[in-house]
Design a protein around this ligand. Structure first.
Ligand SMILES: [Zn+2]
Length: 279
């Protein structure tokens, strides 16, 4: 779900060769910056895949490259972000944290909701070229995931928590990165274990409740989750730069992460089933 390599990194002058080399070394040692966002996306896609009909799954296999799973497709938009000019803002909306509800006018430069609508329309249109539908499918899978990362929706003058530096236990990081990656990673790095966790909280009533609502209402749910993400449960106050977040924060956040992944996966299954219904 990472966006930290996207709209904000771009355009920042890299002033010296030394800086570039430092960044390259850090990047190589840390792996690609979307690495743990990758875990969240893959879990959402794998959970969705379990709830598709054989017919929908067969059409998806026809649209994607041979051997490309829905989970593989889920990270394509991050991996190709620099190649697809102008796509950085498609991954988020910057809604002021204290707003009650999402709407497109509050989204700042972020375009996740309108782009999701647009790509869903292309995917559903069987007159479009196979290449256009393939790209649309990859974006739909990715953007439904991003829509459920709270800090891709709510923000507090800090680029969705990207510039809010905190410590997670002893590790220095940003609030955004914590929610993209570190809370998931702290629980387990195993995709299968995460998918099993989502299956453990799944039942038909919860899943059909999750599928209810509009994209705007789904974004509002993420905004409300972001309001909790900015709250330190130990102090009851909004998190400030330099704070250290430990057990109390982790234990409050883990159920939110789990629920957002569950909602994302359930809703992705619904969006795909709806877009690919027989003519
Ligand atoms: Zn993204």
């Amino acid at each position: 779900m990472s966006r930290q390599s996207g709209p904000y990194a771009r355009g920042r002058p890299q002033r010296t060769v030394c800086f570039v080399i430092t960044v390259m070394i850090a990047w190589q040692s840390a792996g690609p910056v979307w690495a743990w966002g990758r875990l969240g996306h893959r879990v959402v896609a794998e959970f969705a895949d379990r709830h598709l009909s054989p017919t929908v799954r067969a059409e998806i296999a026809e649209i994607l490259e041979p051997g490309e799973s829905l989970a593989d497709a889920s990270t394509w938009a991050d991996e190709n972000r620099t190649r697809i000019h102008g796509s950085g803002p498609w991954h988020f909306a910057d809604v002021p944290l204290d707003e009650e509800r999402y709407n497109d006018r509050l989204a700042g430069s972020g375009q996740i909701v309108p782009k999701l609508r647009e790509f869903r329309g292309i995917l559903a249109d069987r007159r479009r070229s196979p290449a256009a539908r393939r790209e649309a499918l990859r974006f739909v899978v990715h953007l439904v995931g991003d829509l459920h990362q709270p800090l891709h929706i709510g923000e507090h003058h800090d680029r969705g928590g990207n510039t809010l530096q905190i410590h997670f236990y002893r590790r220095k990081t940003s609030l955004h990165h914590l929610w993209d990656d570190l809370i998931l990673e702290h629980r387990t790095r195993g995709e299968d274990r995460w998918v099993a966790e989502l299956s453990a909280i799944d039942d038909p009533i919860s899943r059909s409740a999750a599928m209810d609502g509009t994209l705007e209402e789904w974004a509002t749910g993420s905004l409300h989750a972001a309001q909790l993400a900015y709250q330190n449960p130990r102090t009851g106050r909004r998190i400030e730069s330099g704070e250290t977040l430990e057990d109390a924060y982790y234990e409050a956040s883990l159920p939110i992460v789990r629920r957002q992944l569950y909602l994302g996966g359930s809703r992705l299954a619904w969006v795909l089933t709806d877009a690919l219904r027989p003519e």
